[in-house]
Ligand binder design. Structure first.
Ligand code: PXL
Length: 289
């Protein structure tokens, strides 16, 4: 059997609310990729839809954990970062990449800082500048439209996003990232939502959309980026990786709506995982992982 690919996932743990590491771990594992974790912060819940959440910055742990893994001689196929405790932590993450990455390691940066036109609590311009630096190290970035607009100094609007606007975001992001850019929450037609992607090295483009469900779904960006990162690390092409990751997000949203799960608790991806695992198996032509 072939060696498992291995990703280091560098995100917070929000204990409740199904985002960041509580999504990245199961989804990366279900994608048939080993997931090692460096938690950036420990929170009782995510910061959207809850008040009074606890927050502990784990910056002091980042470099010691990376140093230990390095001494153990562990090699990573991917380093995939998401929510950071602070802009300063962005600098530490650059050092973590220096320590852990070798020439085969793909860097995936999800510049988690904003959605629906607004920065998340505790995040602002400093975080945006930190993510510009990190995107310059990345082979793959997965901003949502709000984050893409902030990173490129473009205005945000809900949509519909025409080709000219999407091109403007791509052109702006290309200044920071010379790899794959996948912009999520794109609404190119009314009633639809999806992902527009560009491989800046080959010029390949791909757009996938699904019918929009009204309202906010926490953690769906993490769900998409985790699946997309893992499938790409395994060697899936752009359209397969996006299509398969977007189906997982769509199924999870549909289940959440059907069950009436309170939105702040995140999306019900659990029941969508069996189909996702089968789709991954078909993609890589495998009976077992
Ligand atoms: O899903 C992104 C995310 C990750 N981590 C924390 C968050 C959010 C979005 O609100 O608050 C702590």
């Amino acid at each position: 059997m072939k060696e498992l690919k291995r990703i280091a996932a560098i995100h917070d743990i929000s204990g409740l609310g199904k985002c960041s590491l509580t999504v990245a771990l199961p989804v990366i594992s279900a994608s048939g990729v080993e997931c090692s974790c460096i938690p950036t912060a420990l929170l009782s819940t995510h910061t959207g839809g809850f008040t009074g959440y606890t927050f502990r910055d784990l910056s002091d742990e980042l470099l010691p954990i990376a140093g230990h893994w390095k001494r153990e001689g562990i090699v990573f196929d991917g380093i995939y970062s998401g929510y950071l405790a602070s802009a300063e932590q962005g600098r530490m993450l650059e050092s973590v990449i220096d320590i852990l990455a070798d020439e085969r390691t793909k860097i995936i940066v999800d510049p988690v800082m904003a959605d629906n036109g607004e920065y998340y609590c505790n995040h602002g311009r400093e975080m945006c500048l930190a993510f510009r630096r990190l995107c310059a190290r990345a082979d793959i970035i997965t901003p949502n439209v709000t984050e893409a607009a902030l990173l490129t100094d473009n205005e945000y609007f809900e949509g519909p996003h025409d080709d000219e606007y999407i091109d403007r975001l791509f052109r702006g992001l290309e200044k920071y990232c010379s790899g794959i850019i996948a912009i999520t929450s794109i609404r190119s037609k009314s009633g639809m939502v999806g992902v527009a992607a560009l491989n800046t090295r080959t010029g390949e483009r791909y757009v996938a959309e699904r019918p929009v469900s009204p309202g906010v779904f926490y953690g769906t960006g993490d769900l998409f980026a985790s699946a997309f990162a893992a499938l790409t690390i395994r060697g899936a092409g752009l359209s397969d990786a996006i299509g398969t990751a977007l189906s997982l997000v769509g199924d999870s949203i549909d289940r959440t709506v059907r069950r009436g799960t309170p939105r702040k608790l995140g999306v019900d991806f659990e029941g969508a995982l069996p189909n996702y695992v089968n789709a991954v198996g078909r993609l890589f032509n495998e009976k077992t992982q």
